[in-house]
Design a binder for this molecule. Structure first.
Ligand SMILES: *Cc1c(COP(=O)(O)O)cnc(C)c1O
Length: 228
């Protein structure tokens, strides 16, 4: 099946209330254009350099999502154009994003990453840290970032029962978290975001309350390197 057919099929499966971020890391611009020509506008990358190169080459109405780990000293390269940064895992990083957004006269949308998987290698805040941060006052002084919601990655396991438990924990956290972020103006598109679910577990993630999924290999085929 073509990329266009894959997107069509997946969109029918997930319905209207869920945003599809097409994860194009390691894939060439030509393939991204195929998806673009099929109407896809949200794309995700996990390396800053690859993201900036693709931004330069591809149509300017693409909404670029930074889904990987962000080093503080590299925020400046994506601040002019990035649509949503999924992997905010420290207040220090949030402050740097705020600083670079201000320089670019922008408000940058961010998700706080929740560490829920068993692998220690994964980044993110613990649930308790998320609540402590959002109940605190410091983030409210950062006028050039907008905290839109949460992002998480489930454990890399075939045990779907475990992944489901993790997703439900994050949904539970998300519901509490949403009491503390300001109600965004502008209708349904301004709803809080829960970015959860990849090729192997997106259906489960949606069942557990996700409204944004990040799908790569199911759309573009397997990558020829380990994704993690
Ligand atoms: C690579 C990646 C994805 C997509 O993974 P697939 O299994 O190919 O769908 C989603 N989220 C993050 C953070 C990733 O790095």
């Amino acid at each position: 099946m073509s990329v266009a057919e894959n997107i069509e099929k997946l969109k029918q499966q997930i319905g209207n209330g869920v945003t599809l971020v097409a994860v194009s890391k390691t894939k060439p611009a030509a393939l991204i254009l195929e998806a673009y020509n099929a109407g896809q506008r949200d794309f995700g990358e996990n390396y800053i350099q690859e993201l900036t190169e693709k931004y330069a080459q591809l149509p300017k109405d693409i909404q670029w999502h930074m889904i990987g780990h962000v080093q503080t000293n590299k925020v400046k390269y994506i601040a002019p154009f990035v649509h949503l940064i999924h992997g905010v895992d420290s207040l220090k990083l949030l402050k740097e994003i705020n600083k670079q957004a201000e320089k670019n006269n922008r408000v940058i949308q961010c998700l706080l990453q929740v560490h829920i998987a068993q692998e220690e290698t994964k980044f993110g805040f613990d649930p308790a840290e998320i609540l402590a941060l959002i109940k605190g006052e410091e983030w409210k002084t950062l006028k050039n970032v907008c905290i839109k919601g949460l992002m998480t990655m489930g454990s890399n396991t075939d045990d779907m029962k475990q992944v489901e438990e993790e997703f439900l924990k994050v949904k539970y956290l998300f519901d509490e978290f949403c009491n503390y972020i300001p109600a965004s103006p502008g209708g349904p598109s301004a709803m809080p975001v829960l970015s959860m679910g990849m090729s192997g577990d997106f259906a489960l993630a949606i069942k557990c309350g996700s409204n944004m999924i990040r799908v790569g290999s199911l759309l573009f085929g397997e990558r020829n390197y380990s994704p993690k």
